[in-house]
Design a protein around this ligand. Sequence first.
Ligand SMILES: [Zn+2]
Ligand SMILES: [Zn+2]
Length: 1019
Amino acid sequence: MSKRYFLTAFSDVGISQGLGCSDAGPWRAPGCGGCGSRGGTGHRLLRPYTVPRVWCVIPLRLGLLSCCAFTSGLNVGLCLCQPAVAMKIPVFILAGLLVHCVFLVSIFDIYFSSPLVHGMTPQQTPLPPPAKRLVLFVADGLRADSLYELNSNGTPQAPYLRGILENNGSWGISHTRVPTESRPGHVALIAGFYEDVSAVAKGWKENPVEFDSVFNESKYTWSWGSPDILPMFAKGATGDHVYTFCYTAESEDFGAQDAAKLDLWVFDHVKSFFNSSRSNQTLFSALNEEKVVLFLHLLGIDTNGHAHRPNSREYKENIKKVDEGVKEIASMIDHFYGNDGKTSFILTSDHGMTDWGSHGAGHPSETLTPLIVWGAGINYPQKVTSQFFEDNFLKEWKLENLKRLDVNQADIAPLMASLIGVPFPLNSVGTLPLEYLNNSAHFKAESMFTNAVQILEQFKVKMSQKKENTLSFLFTPFKPLSDSEQINFLKKIRLCIQQQKYNEAVSLCKTLINLALEGLSYYHTYDRLFLGLSIAMSFVGWTTYVILVIIKTHTNLTKTVPTNNKKSAVLFYGFTFAGMIIAFFLLIQTCPWTYYVYCLLPVPVWYAVVREIPVIQDLAANVLSLRISQSIGFLLVCILGIEILVFSFFYRSALTVGLLVFAGWPVITQLWVQAKTIALIWTLLCVLLAIFPLMPVVGREPNIPLVIAAGLLTLLISCFSLASLCGNKNKYRNNEDLKVYFYQMLSIGLSTYVVSSTHDSLKNKLGLPVLNQIVSWMILVSSPVLLLLSPTFLFQRLFSILLSLMSTYLLLSTGYEALFPLVLFGLMFVWINMEQEALQHYGLSLKPKLAVFNFAYAVDITQFRQLHLDDVRRSFFFVFFIVTAFFGTGNIASINSFDPASVYCFLTVFSPFMMGGLLVLKVVIPFVLVSCAFEAVQVTTQLSSKSLFLIVLVISDIMALHFFFLVKDYGSWLDIGTSISHYVLVMSLTIFMMLMNGLAQLLTTQRLELPRRTKHHST
Ligand SMILES: [Zn+2]
Ligand SMILES: [Zn+2]
């Protein structure tokens, strides 16, 4: 069939050119990788400390492209040996690559486009403001509880600030959003909106989009602090009125002796700045202007938190120093202005920090930040007898009787604006927290009205933009806020204020603000449904197409049908016409170019599917000949399997359920009867492995005895297998091999010792012993070499892979996860045997030959068999085990689970890249085990990796479609970040597996030959 198909396919245009492909040639060669290439996953782990999951998507996108290019290059290279079909495969890979790139990028356009609009009129409260100047302290990385909670002896952490909130000001918790990073945090504080992913996609340090801020609206702003933060507000400001004083980037170094110096630097410079103004008339008069902002960015706490964690003495000491500094600055400023009572003070932080010194995600320790406000225009503490909050903080902090006023981080921007009487930042979505204000009801109502009009302005601009770009008969306006409704609202509020019904006015304003925000998001997500549907159509089309390719080229379900040229021409013109109509509609609505890509993509994809109608007909005939219950049952099992995989991304315990089902596999099929012992071991190991997903995520509580136990267990097992190897009069065995074996066991022993002694010494504060460090690195380097020196017989090579990987893994373990690869490998080992049993149904088993099966010769196998249904299960097992390796110990579930303690055997100084690299290694090891075992399954069951990867591609695409619809841009920001990373993870699954497959082939087939003198003699 191959030749004829190829010719007809070639005579047509369209991406399906690459597809008439056939039995012989590179499609079958095991080295030929796969298709539909996609990106690797490892990238997101590189900087576990500061990069939140959401942002990691960007390097991933880049890495992905290079990975894809690499793999497709590899494939092309391998395929050139078969010129007749060589041209088709690159086309298929390219098409797959393109389609998946569109899928991946589309979520950014669909879910995360920039919410900012431009062209609004600035809005300002007409009444005189309470303050002439504002001092904003941002203690970077300060957690709310770290500031508010009392020491064990009942004294406050920050005595001055505690005194303020008890006697002079108002306080509360400011709730930040994810990503809990410095830049988005400061943008929310100072500009009043939440930066989204799209902003970051365009560049991290620079202002990706123009935005207005309180600083920009002020008369003058002077700021002191980190060079990472200050310039971004100075740059966006119009005119020359935002001044920055930064220290050098080098002094931010994590290795710096005491990071609190960064804060002292700021305090000292502010003091000397005010001192110098006494001899500088221009500066002096500028400082005495109205609408002045002084911004002190204090990075010390964040730096100390990263280096020593928030529970450390250093972090707490730093809070004390900041407290003292704030006290000095406040009194110095009051003194400077002659205690005129026209200064407002705000102290808050941009984000918190987890117990293990990271931030970026959405854990409460990261999103809860303190807010203490005092001075001009601010309410005094309000005594209350009871107040209700879901958390127990008030009790812990002994603040039950002081009214706690919580805000969203973006609310602080309008608060600042109203205190000094500048227009609200144009893009602000914050609501003025009225309870903080100590002012007349009239002022409050007017301020709230300004706030409402300012947000309504954004809504109007957004609506008119959408209206302009949509055909009038297709445009559905946001009903609750139609033009007449808007006028109604404004009129009513004006009237209330005139009649001095201020409370009513405020509540009307709040309703209007909520409606306007709702409307903003309505227009912001206006195109989401139809874009989402077109992407989903492409997804379904592509998956169907891959299934058809599998059926056509790797099974014997179809007969060759001569293609009808006339029919295909009609099809081609039909689809071209449909494409043109879609393009025309997009054109008259002046859509952005990306919309063309998303909406036109289904056309070629479905064209490719429809062209394969004969295959569908054959398939349908085949399916109809089966019993209905059988095919429905098969379908149900497939759906259930995939759903379990999808669920496991959210609940690791779903893996437990899956593994328990696997445990029953020998019972369901007849394998139980065939091979009792091995089926029993399989069931046992499945149950054992099922325990791991139920354990808490690794890294929280070190448990070194378990690591030692894992090491000893490995030694024990290897002793047994060594004994059996020696006892066995195997003619293939020689003493050199035994030596390799011995060295591997030695390194396992050494690893176990090094782990226990290093952690002992760290516990006693003696640091990492140099000898241990040297041994660790030697084991890391030598283990892959030892592995490649071992014989390539199936069981021997697999076992030496385990020993090598285990010796490294032990060094990187801190708890129960050390046992994970051991159990996983045990299961994989049994899996290879089980598959042989399963193959006996088909009379294809290699079982007797398994012991002497040699990987090195397996690659030469040229006759691969056709696929049958059991191979779908095999691929599914593979995907399932890979996902188990992902989530088995919770390694990838959360970046916060990366405990630096796991690399302490290698280094203890903070080095993000080195640590990241080692952690990636730790994560990859279970994958390598699974991939090597799968490689063994593949060669012993005579399957081509190509066909299996096509099935894997289908499985991961169906999963990806789930995650496409599960991407969130609302709710807890932890969910949002997680939903994106799930999607990216699944999308990159296939290419990741392909890379792993390549590595597995390398590890199983290659053997280093040491020059042996004895051999020289004999040859
Ligand atoms: Zn920060
Ligand atoms: Zn930080």
